[in-house]
Design a protein around this ligand. Structure first.
Ligand code: 9UX
Length: 100
């Protein structure tokens, strides 16, 4: 009886660890980017954030795409602040999560 409870606990622990290892992907609408230097500026700034694995910026669509390192949670307020400080206007944020 006690063994099965322990087994359940271990299984639960593994499942939460697996969930925490998921990879977060974000798309952020950004207005005000007019040329490739703007895009480069945004990309450089967002790349410095802790836990950010990859950043791509599409000027034509006005969208920045972020891939977070496994298990890292994006700080949306922080991301928006950086975009604002760089001189642009952040809009909608779309978030998806890949499970490994
Ligand atoms: Mo491009 Mo952006 O000449 O702030 S750098 S418009």
């Amino acid at each position: 009886m006690k063994k099965s409870v322990l087994l359940l606990l271990v299984m639960f622990w593994f499942s939460t660890v697996a969930a925490a290892q998921g990879q977060q992907n974000l798309e952020i609408d950004i207005s005000g980017m007019e040329c490739k230097f703007c895009a480069h500026n945004v990309k450089n700034n967002l790349s410095k954030l802790d836990g950010v694995k990859q950043v791509t910026v599409d000027i034509d669509k006005g969208v920045a795409s972020l891939v977070m390192a496994p298990g890292k949670q994006a700080n949306v307020e922080h991301i928006k602040n950086l975009i604002t400080k760089a001189g642009f206007t952040p809009g909608d944020v779309r978030m998806t999560e890949d499970t490994p």
